[in-house]
Design a binder for this molecule. Structure first.
Ligand code: MOS
Length: 732
């Protein structure tokens, strides 16, 4: 028997009422009527001290008795047939215990893993790799979009290099453009961004028996790794135990077990010894995934009153040997019609992969500059122009907050005015994302001594999942969050999602709340029985258990727990979705203030204001941290990062952290992270994803700020000094 409840959703000033059917045994989703003691406060990460003191063990830090060390051999050629591989010298080398061939017929990019060795020491493994003789028959290769698109280009894999053509159309584009007051046309380009997590991909594999495997893996999906390894090794899923208690970053490339990780398990199996095999930094750059490049041609129109009309987009980009280069653009502002065609171009380079908001930072780099250009063409304030074409109530409210914080009214007018050498400017852009959550389960255990554990088997890629779980359980049980110990990252525990699409929080936290709700009900029942009071009179608040009309006053939590009949109460729950909530997805906007040295072309970002919705703010500290991290990666994409492939050798010239430029602390501005709290109502905790959206608007906001400062458009990333100088010298 369920009950029908009315939820107050949205945010103050924009409240809506929605009905939800609540099953017995489930909590009513948090809404604007809920009073919260812990939710939305700043709570230190449970693992924070372990991380800063080095006690936290990442896969990279796991060292087991008798463990062998693995190394990978990368292809010397960007394209070649392999005629033979002679591993005999490597096998005879000191300390070498196993050699595994990963590719014996054909290589498609320089650095592609070809073989692996495992030896007693890292140095021995490194030496042995050099003794492997691969007989390559080099073939012609292509590493640029232009070369790969030629009719006579050597095919990278099977079929044409230009692929994944996708056309979409809605509305009468041509008529709307023909009748527009202003039409702007431009091409925007973004570079390839490689994955650079601090901890590279890798695994430590240990066979506990002939068919029981334990692995530590740097992954975004513990359960995916378990399923992949079970299938690849022909053993039962429940016999594979995956541990990822701490992960040194994962931005879209660490889903599932990679072939080299399967090879590590095989070498461990053959030698009877644990094997550790981490990708080195070069392999991480060249082989473990990247954000595809983009070339986006756009033509868009607007009316003088500020109404957007139609847009035509033609996008392409290089994807390496796999993936697609789609750009997400016409989704934020309300174009009446659009026509879009997309293609992806294969080149002899490592596969592209999902990377923090795939398609979005590059798509918005084009879209939000095009919108800025149209505002300029009809001589309207770019913020006012966006407001007239954005229907999202959250973002409309966020615009006001961000504009005030950055001082929008004081920006340079007109763009580029003045003749000083260093010019400042302000620009903005927007973001839209999903992250509504997936299937997940959680288990809450309340011990007789008052201790509480919360379990989920999914990983934390760095977002602070443990503290968020603790906040939700603590809120439900009326306790401070430090009373709750969150245990995650081991596949023995309840099912959790891969950390992709910003779905972890919105998956796991509702399950935690529902499990905590059940544990609380069970505990209340036992207390009521023991004290001979009605169950409904037992309440939990402020670390105490209060019983209505109970003369002796509230009972301390730990004393109340002692009343339970057994040693512990265990409750599990499987996350529920509610189909009527406030609004799908999350909205954000960012404002950037930059200074441009017009003599040197150096762009410095001085301040970024990021306003972002994620449903309910659970732990304000980690929400702010996610926003900061997104902005930092956005600045890195805008100004620094760039994979450089050598056209004559096909090798990446900068596969390291010295010449592949990442911002250091001195390159980073003041970042004002402003979480925007929304009672979303699609799940019991009203939580939506946050990991990806804050990276989306940053590059476009910076580019628009550069325009405001200089009056010139930089339509290509990264905005390095040479690119900026070329734009300053070129026509507007
Ligand atoms: Mo994300 S790019 O879905 O890790």
């Amino acid at each position: 028997m369920g009950r029908d409840v009315e939820l107050r959703l949205g945010f103050p000033g924009h409240e809506v009422l929605r009905r939800a059917e609540i099953e017995d045994g489930d909590p009513v989703p948090w809404d604007l009527s809920s009073r919260h003691a812990v939710l939305g406060t700043r709570v230190p990460r449970q693992e924070g001290a372990d991380k800063v003191t080095g006690r936290a063990k990442f896969t990279f830090d796991v060292n087991l008795p008798g463990m062998l060390h693995g190394r990978l051999l990368g292809s010397a050629h960007p394209a070649a047939r392999i005629a033979g591989i002679d591993t005999s010298a490597a096998e005879r080398a000191p300390g070498v215990r196993a050699v595994e061939i990963l590719e014996d017929s054909e290589v498609h990019f320089a650095g592609q893993p070809v073989a692996a060795v495992a030896a007693d020491t890292e140095e021995q493994a490194e030496d042995a790799i050099r003794l492997i003789v691969v007989e390559y028959r080099p073939r012609p290769f292509v590493v640029t979009l232009e070369d790969a698109s030629k009719a006579d280009a050597p095919p990278v894999t099977r079929g044409s290099n230009v692929r994944d053509e996708r056309d979409q159309e809605r509305g009468d584009v041509d008529a709307l453009l023909a009748s527009s007051d202003a039409v702007v046309e431009a091409t925007y380009e973004t570079q390839v961004q490689t994955h650079v997590p601090l901890e590279p991909h890798g695994i430590v594999a240990r066979w506990d028996t002939a068919d029981h495997l334990t692995v530590w893996c740097s992954t975004q999906g513990t359960f995916l790794v378990r399923d992949n390894l079970a299938r690849a090794l022909g053993i039962r899923h429940e016999n594979v135990r995956v541990i990822a208690e701490h992960v040194g970053g994962g931005f879209g490339s660490k889903f599932g077990a990679k072939p080299f990780e399967v090879a590590a398990c095989r070498m461990a199996q053959r030698t009877g010894r644990p094997v550790k095999l981490m990708a080195d930094r070069k392999t991480e750059h060249v082989a473990m995934g990247n954000r595809p490049s983009s070339v986006q041609h756009m033509k868009a129109g607007a009316m003088k009153d500020g109404r957007l009309t139609a847009v035509i987009l033609r996008t392409s980009g290089v994807v390496g040997i796999a993936g697609n280069a789609r750009c997400a653009n016409p989704i934020i502002y309300d174009f009446q019609a659009f026509r879009k065609s997309e293609s992806s171009v294969q080149i002899h380079a490592g596969p592209s992969a999902a990377q923090r908001a795939p398609g979005h930072p590059q798509g918005v780099f084009a879209l939000d500059q095009m919108v800025d250009e149209l505002a300029c063409a009809i001589e309207m304030d770019p913020l006012e122009f966006r407001k007239r074409n954005d229907r999202d109530p959250v973002r409309l409210a966020e615009y006001e907050i961000g504009a005030k914080e950055i001082g929008w009214g004081g920006r340079r007018k007109p763009a580029g005015a003045g003749s000083e050498r260093v010019k400042t400017g302000i620009g903005m852009a927007s973001a839209q994302w999903g992250g509504m959550g997936r299937v997940a389960e959680a288990m809450v255990v309340v011990h007789k001594d008052g201790g509480i554990e919360v379990f989920n088997g999914a990983q934390d890629i760095g977002t602070g999942t443990r503290s968020a779980m603790a906040v939700v359980a603590a809120e439900e049980l009326g306790l401070p969050p430090e009373r709750v110990l969150a245990r995650i990252g081991i596949t023995d525990w309840p099912d959790g999602p891969p950390s992709g699409g910003s779905n972890t929080a919105a998956s796991v936290l509702p399950a935690v709340r529902e499990a905590a709700f059940r544990a609380r009900r069970e505990l209340a029942g036992e207390i009521a029985r023991e004290l001979g009071v009605p169950e409904g009179d037992v309440g939990f608040e402020g670390g105490k258990v209060a019983i209505q009309n109970w003369a002796k006053g509230p009972i301390e939590w730990a004393d109340a727990c002692r009343l339970m009949s057994g040693e512990r109460i265990t409750a599990t729950a499987r996350r529920r979705d509610y189909d009527a909530g406030f609004k799908q997805g999350v909205a954000g906007c960012q404002f950037a203030e930059v200074e441009v040295d017009t003599w040197t072309g150096v762009v410095r970002v001085r301040k970024v204001v990021a306003v972002q919705d994620c449903g309910h703010v659970v732990n304000r500290a980690t929400v702010e941290s996610q926003i900061q991290g997104g902005v930092i990666q956005g600045i890195a994409f805008a100004l620094f990062e760039d994979r450089i492939l050598d056209r004559s050798t096909g090798h990446q010239l900068n596969p390291n952290m010295e010449t592949y430029k990442l911002p250091g602390t001195l390159d980073l501005p003041e970042i004002v992270a402003i979480p925007f709290d929304v009672a979303n109502g699609y799940n019991s905790a009203s939580v939506v994803g946050l990991g990806e959206p804050p990276v989306i608007p940053t590059p476009a906001a910076i580019a628009n700020a550069v325009f405001n400062a200089t009056g010139k458009r930089v339509r290509r990333l990264p905005m390095t000094p040479d690119t900026v100088l070329a734009a300053l010298e070129g026509e507007r």
